[in-house]
Ligand binder design. Sequence first.
Ligand code: GDP
Ligand code: IMO
Ligand code: MG
Length: 435
Amino acid sequence: MLMNVDVLLGLQWGDEGKGKIVDVLAPHYDLIARFQGGPNAGHTIKFDGKQFILHTIPSGIFDPNTFNLIGNGVIIDPLILKKEITTLQHHGIDVANNLIVSRKAHLILPTHRLLDAALEYCKGTQKIGSTLKGIGPTYTDKVRRQGIRVGDICLPDFKKKYEALKKDHLQQIGLTEFDTEAHLIDGLSLQDYEQQWIEAIDILKSLQFVDSEYYINRQLKSGKKILAEGAQGALLDIDFGSYPFVTSSNTTVAGACAGLGIAPHHIGRVFGVFKAYCTRVGSGPFPTELIDETGEMIRQKGHEFGSTTGRPRRCGWLDLTALQYSIMLNGVTDLVMMKADVLDELQEIKVGVGYMQYDEQIDYVPFEMNTELLSTKYVSLYGWNQPLSASESYRPKALEDYIGFIEEKTGLAVKMVSTGPDRLETWIRKPLFEE
Ligand code: GDP
Ligand code: IMO
Ligand code: MG
């Protein structure tokens, strides 16, 4: 039996709540596979009063019966991965036996992080607001065919390759090994950080490496159920996001094919995760942004502070034009709406339904999403103005109307609605799987 790979990804600017939903869905799958991004991601999972934030490890790791794969499209910082593994092991979660890593995934070197910081600094007021995890420089090295891959660490010339690439990076920044003291990485000198990074390589080496494209296709053939877990969101996609304020990978569904080695006709369902409103962390256009007390209320009530960097997230109304764009790019089949509870106290909720550009109304995402030239057209809906709780079977009419409006505009069913960060605070609105 040849199965399909389902994909779960974010439809906005990241942090939609992908990690929580992957964790909820994991028991229905045999394998969860990350396909792009790196430790710029921060996926939060909450259950039994505990909270975990995963950066590299797929969010299926808490289900003992689900296997987890870090695919070839992912980039790995061994030190960050080591810290994730240590935290999980501390909580008794088995990582050694249910996490495997693609030999073709690229490594983030300490000097990629130095380069990231230097490049952001040079951009001045035009800075991207990068997480500074070395993402841009590592994907750049992959594309310019200079990168170092996981499989390389087992080869005899690994050290030589590492030193050559490090030298090249330092030359790019105009530094020698001996004058990097003022350039710290997470508060450490390059030498100290590098020492820890090299130690972390041993932990990475202790994991099972696979030729993941063969592995995943064999799993498909043997009838295993696979869910690919996206990082970031469609509006941060390198091709289709608000360029240049984007990340350096394809966050859309095509990224799952390239980042795992699966053919397009093996893509099955596509779960599109979105918040009942919008957030963005870092710079770049955000047409429905609220720079007022409603925006602040959403930030506080939704704890909208970055899972990876702790930065306050910018908050605003749901942008349906952008959501429809993301749905189109990804061929979304099932919608999942997150953080409905955050809007509990509002009498009125607005939804962006189009933009005005040069006095003309448009219903698409324009080439230049310049918010100085663009204003948003809104529709106003009633808020439910009462607390939502997963245990209550009663759902306020205004919430149903809000969801109904989104379903009508997108032509898709909202299958799940999340009403709190905990695994259990999840309302399965429409049947997800055939029993
Ligand atoms: P991801 O990167 O898409 O996995 O999302 P993040 O983990 O970065 O951000 C989502 C945040 O919202 C986390 O702090 C979650 O614990 C939290 N969260 C997820 N779902 C809900 C929800 O329905 N309601 C509330 N209030 N918080 C949620
Ligand atoms: P998850 O998977 C939200 C943003 C950064 C910055 C831009 C480029 O948790 O949803 P990068 O570090 O990739 O060079 O940063 O992209 N960004 C994210 N925003 N969630 C993420 O991941 C993000 N990963 C990157 O804030 O604006
Ligand atoms: Mg996140």
